[in-house]
Design a protein around this ligand. Structure first.
Ligand SMILES: Cc1cc2nc3c(=O)[nH]c(=O)nc-3n(C[C@H](O)[C@H](O)[C@H](O)COP(=O)(O)OP(=O)(O)OC[C@H]3O[C@@H](n4cnc5c(N)ncnc54)[C@H](O)[C@@H]3O)c2cc1C
Length: 560
């Protein structure tokens, strides 16, 4: 058995930032991560991180309002105020730690424009911002001596009398299960992109932490809010960052028209993501697409500029489609990219489960509401990663050591062995694909009652098959086959919460656009949807709502 004061699940930006904070306070802490920390999905972030820096006359209130408008007024405004007002310090801190941000002509930190904001306030490192940030935080964590259980996989949260007291985790290299006790656990396990197919997310984004918290009694909030990014590469679904449009790229239909003129005359290609994705989908649905895509045109920017500011995007386009952005427009389409929903927390990262905190993409604070602005997620990870650590440190002062019981360890050993012992049955990959295609079909850019009911029916069918998937590899060492079976179960829990959240919300808001109810309904639905796991109910869930916190910005019609 291992034991720490604070245990952080996840070695991405949120987890490392939290870990650095705890280490700085001299408290015993460890991070646990199913992959090496720098392989976390944060590494894939391209475009940048938002911050209103006062040295150029920007104000946090402007960023806060853009975020709230972007969220279609579903974000909790007290949490957004905190994020926006702490953003400047967070970015300067990253720079001081060693992130080599791209600079402007005048030598100051450079910015680029991003969607849903009139002010260019996105700080970036070429088109590899996430990788630059993650490597610097990892360096800092080594310098401070932050311990990492590298390639360990959490299978269960340990709950004692309703309080979270640690985890059961599987050491992937040896195939052994262990108990790791902790006075507080911070969930920083990233998003659930792979519940959908295709997705811009890494294959490891299987929503494990959301499912672990959900099983432990924490509600998942606004799970219907799935972000479809406007520019994913044709055929592959790989992301082409919004940075392309931030730097001036056009979106064109088959007639060569910049169609955003019709939908968002003021913001054009830089309207909020949900708005741009829907506009593209209308063009495609009405026959003005190009083989189910639209064109992203960068030619007017010139080769030098593209290579200097968007080098990585050019590489992706060349490698996967053989297209040079300087010479030809690139076919793109809306694709699943991010989950605004997550484990409900307050703005200190606390969940309703004592001892359990959450930060980063797995959490819903809620600063993104019904639609996240590009470059606000990296900001969310560092701001709320730090805050969750500060508040977990406060919490553990009054917590006595956990019991030495290993009941959960034993039950997990039995559970995992029973999965290994199953007779040959269905393939994990096939069940996973059927689930993910059903989710994309039913909970897409457009949805309506019957498409969502279709997704539920498909999911119920998938659920009957999950207990029969078989693990071919019976070995102990690096049994990724067994991990895929566990990840499938986590994804099914995420899908369940997403479908029930979606069916609950009887309006259109942000990313949740119902063609059968196309209007926003503030009177009845200016509130968060909550889904709890409830094994006593017929469908396994209990649903509820909670109010949205409004501080200074009353909801108005959202126009771009
Ligand atoms: C292609 C792409 C580009 C993006 N670009 C941008 C951008 O430019 N700007 C922006 O603001 N946002 C961007 N985003 C979103 C942003 O990158 C993510 O939301 C954010 O990095 C998530 O960070 P995180 O720390 O919450 O989780 P992650 O970085 O996903 O880390 C999750 C961690 O949890 C661990 N973990 C998960 N499950 C388990 C388990 N069962 N046991 C043990 N460990 C576990 C993983 O090993 C990993 O270390 C992008 C996202 C994608 C997919």
């Amino acid at each position: 058995m291992y034991e720490h004061d604070v245990l952080i699940i996840g070695g991405g930006l949120a987890g490392l930032r939290a870990g650095i904070e705890v280490t700085r306070h001299g408290v015993d802490v460890a991070v646990i991560s199913k992959v090496h920390p720098v392989r976390s999905h944060s590494n894939a972030a391209q475009g940048g991180i938002n911050a209103p820096l006062t040295d150029r006359g920007d104000e946090w209130e402007g960023h806060a309002y853009d975020t709230i408008k972007g969220s279609d007024f579903l974000a909790d405004q007290d949490a957004v105020e905190i994020m926006s007002s702490e953003a400047g310090d967070a970015v300067i801190e990253l720079e001081r730690m060693g992130v080599i941000f791209s600079r402007g002509e005048d030598g100051r930190l450079g910015t680029r424009a991003f969607g849903g904001q009139k002010v260019a306030r996105t700080f970036f490192v070429g088109a590899i911002t996430g990788s630059a940030l993650l490597h610097v935080l990892y360096e800092q964590s080594i310098k401070l001596g932050l311990g990492v259980y590298e390639e360990w996989f959490v299978t269960k949260l340990i709950m004692e009398d309703g309080v979270c007291r640690g985890v059961v985790a599987y050491d992937i290299k040896s195939g052994k299960l262990h108990t790791i006790k902790a006075k507080a656990v911070i969930m920083a396990s990233g998003g659930s992109g792979r519940v959908f197919e295709p997705s811009t997310n890494a294959l490891i984004c299987t929503g494990d932490g959301l499912a672990l918290a959900y099983r432990a009694g924490a509600p998942l909030m606004d799970m219907e809010m799935i972000q479809y990014h406007p520019t994913t590469l044709a055929r592959t679904g790989i992301l082409l960052s919004e940075a392309a449009r931030g730097e001036g790229a056009y979106l064109l239909n088959s007639k060569g028209e910049r169609f955003m003129e019709k939908y968002a005359p003021d913001y054009m290609e830089l309207a909020s993501r949900d708005v741009v994705s829907r506009s593209e989908q209308i063009e495609i649905d009405e026959g003005r697409g190009i083989d189910g895509n639209v064109h992203l045109d960068l030619r007017h920017l010139g080769r030098d500029y593209i290579e200097q500011r968007l080098g990585y995007l050019e590489e992706v386009s060349q490698e996967f489609l053989g297209i040079s952005m300087a010479e030809e427009p690139v076919p793109v389409r809306p694709g699943m990219h991010y989950i605004m929903g997550g484990i409900k927390t307050d703005y200190n990262g606390a969940t309703i489960v004592p001892g359990l905190y959450a930060a980063g993409e797995c959490a819903n604070v809620s600063v993104h509401g019904a639609n996240r602005l590009g470059a606000n997620s990296l900001l969310d990870t560092v701001v709320f990663g730090r805050r969750s650590a500060v508040h977990a440190l406060e919490y553990i002062k009054s917590v006595e050591s956990a019991s030495k019981s290993e009941v959960d360890l034993k039950s997990e050993q039995v559970r995992l062995q029973s999965i290994l012992d199953r007779p040959k049955g269905e393939s994990i990959a096939k069940v996973r694909e059927d689930m993910a295609l059903g989710m994309t079909k039913g909970i897409g850019v457009w949805r309506d009652q019957s498409s969502m009911e279709g997704a539920l029916e498909n999911l119920n069918n998938v659920k009957t098959r999950v207990p029969h998937v078989s693990v071919e590899d019976k070995g102990k060492v690096f049994n990724t086959n067994l991990l895929s079976a566990l990840e499938l179960e986590f994804m099914v829990d995420n899908a369940e919460a997403i479908v029930h959240g979606a069916l609950m919300r009887k309006e259109s808001r942000g990313a949740h656009f119902r063609t059968d109810l196309p209007e926003r309904d503030d009177e009845n639905w200016l509130k968060h949807t909550l889904v709890y796991k409830d094994d006593n109910s017929n469908n396994g869930v209990r649903t509820d709502t909670s109010p949205v916190k409004i501080t200074q910005w009353e909801p108005v019609k959202r126009v771009y």
